[in-house]
Design a protein around this ligand. Structure first.
Ligand code: NAI
Length: 458
């Protein structure tokens, strides 16, 4: 038992946890961070960063394949998947090493072990990690999420045998499968379908709903699907997976039972909060549908216990996790701060990229808001046209009818992932079209389309 009483114990060293540790330590709190796996969480080790590394290689390969359209000729291009995976491992190692260095620089004590909550004492919250006990006055739970594996016959067995892959295993595949079946046409499904399609794998996406992209604006989801159909991805929408075998996936599709043969199957049907198995229930922390219930400041129902990141099930994005961790630390310090969940950008790193922030027209109407929706082609941008003569990108704005305030921006096309941050600021500040029109955007850029879209609303 360590005699020291930490001012803050953080469980989980992903984006929510390590960022909160830095902020809390900067503010003068003594911080202990327990992480049982590698620092950086899903984002750095088996999510955002490794995926983007793979997708960048795929993008270069795609450019090479189509270079003649831009007057660049060379004899042929090929991609070495195992080299790409090795490069990804190097990038991940550099970044996780960077997190460890940042923890040292901030004086955060890191315990590289899984933590278990034992309960509370007069001093605070007691946890055990690596055979030692620690006490903290405050507790921040940042335990993240895991892939959802619903009770579909054969699904769990497929993961055990190596035929079925989650986001973790798919990023480590040393050899590209000839045929990949992707269950779920959401973010992970589409990003990995994109990578494997680019490198020559035959990809089939099975999606239960009648559209891909989850809550993505419907028109944009259709454009995305059209782009990938042209590239040869096979989509089966409205497909209900009934079983996973050892070399195929069976689904109900258009009233028939259909078997889709494949060499690997990627399971990308959402994630579940990691709220069980480490003693949280001993503190009486309220969970709903498996996720820790928090308010906009990360507070749980138990005084002294905060939660941030995927474990609260609210947004499940790394950048939300950063923000939630910061808001929680500020709350601990008595500084008022609240996460604005209506201004969180999201990106699908396909090619073309999809990005959005704020409300879709559908979501706005569901809230009883009277809105105007307007989309414009990205071809209004000279730079977009110069780079994408055949492109079909759009930018769509959702604005309040009465005050013309910006409520949502949705786009598909090159650079969307970078442009969206500016839109997030506009949505967070509820800027009116008349305010945005007075801002100067650099020319020639693709982001100019946002300004043009404002002027298109009369
Ligand atoms: P998701 O929620 O984005 O998509 C899951 C899809 O699977 C949905 O379209 C759903 O309708 C479908 N589905 C569910 N059950 C099914 C079934 N039995 N058969 C067929 N389809 C089924 O979840 P995903 O892609 O697994 O991603 C998990 C989380 O990771 C998300 O919260 C996502 O935001 C996050 N993420 C974010 C990324 C980014 O920001 N670029 C990249 C990758 C993941």
């Amino acid at each position: 038992m360590s005699d020291k009483v930490y001012e803050l114990i953080i469980i989980g060293g992903g984006p929510a946890g390590y960022n909160a540790a830095e902020r809390a330590s900067e503010a003068g709190l003594s911080v202990l961070l327990a992480e049982g796996r590698a620092l950086g969480g899903v984002c750095l080790n088996e999510g955002c960063i490794p995926t983007k590394t793979l997708l960048y290689s795929a993008k270069i390969f795609d450019y090479a394949k189509h270079s003649a359209e831009y007057g660049v000729k060379f004899d042929g291009a090929s991609i070495d998947h195992s080299f790409v995976v090795d490069r990804k491992d190097r990038v991940v190692k550099t970044l996780t090493g960077g997190v460890a260095a940042a923890m040292r620089a901030h004086g955060v004590e890191v315990v590289s072990e899984f933590a278990e909550i034992l309960g509370r004492s007069a001093e605070g919250f007691e946890i055990a990690a690596g055979g030692k006990k620690y006490t903290g006055r405050r507790l921040l739970v940042c335990t993240g999420s895991s892939p959802a594996l619903p009770p579909i016959p054969g699904l769990r067995e497929s993961v055990a045998s190596g035929f079925g892959l989650t986001n973790r295993e798919v990023l480590g595949l040393k050899e590209a499968p000839k045929r990949l079946c992707v269950i779920g046409g959401g973010v992970i499904g589409m990003e990995m379908a994109s990578y494997f399609n680019s490198i020559g794998t035959e990809v089939t996406v099975l999606e239960m709903l009648d559209h891909i992209g989850g809550p993505t604006d419907g028109e944009i989801a259709k454009i995305l699907k059209r782009n990938y159909e042209k590239r040869g991805v096979n989509f089966m929408l409205g497909a209900k997976v009934t079983a996973v075998g050892s070399s195929s996936v069976t689904c109900e599709y258009e009233g028939k039972s259909v078997e889709v043969g494949c060499d690997k199957v990627l399971i990308a049907i959402g994630r579940r909060a990691n709220s069980a198995g480490f003693g949280l229930e001993k503190l009486g922390v309220l969970c709903e549908r498996g996720a820790v219930v928090t308010d906009g400041r990360g507070r749980t129902n138990v005084a002294g216990v905060w939660a941030a990141g995927d474990v609260n099930g609210r947004s499940m994005l790394a950048h939300t996790a950063y923000r939630e961790g910061e808001a929680a630390v500020r709350d601990m310090l008595g500084i008022r701060d609240e996460v604005d969940y209506d201004a969180i950008p999201s990106v699908i790193y396909t090619n073309p990229e999809v990005a959005s922030v704020g409300l879709t027209a559908e979501a706005a109407k569901a809230r009883g808001l009277d809105v105007i929706e307007k989309s414009v082609t990205m071809k209004m941008s000279g730079r977009y046209l110069a780079e994408n003569e055949k492109g079909d990108g759009i930018v769509k704005l959702v604005v309040g009818r009465e005050h013309r305030e910006l409520l949502g921006v949705h786009m598909i096309g090159g650079y969307a992932s970078e442009i969206i941050y500016g839109c997030a600021v506009m949505v967070a500040r509820k800027m009116r079209l008349s305010d945005i029109e007075k801002c100067v955007f650099p020319h020639p850029t693709v982001c100019e389309v946002v300004r043009e879209a404002c002027f298109s609303i009369k």
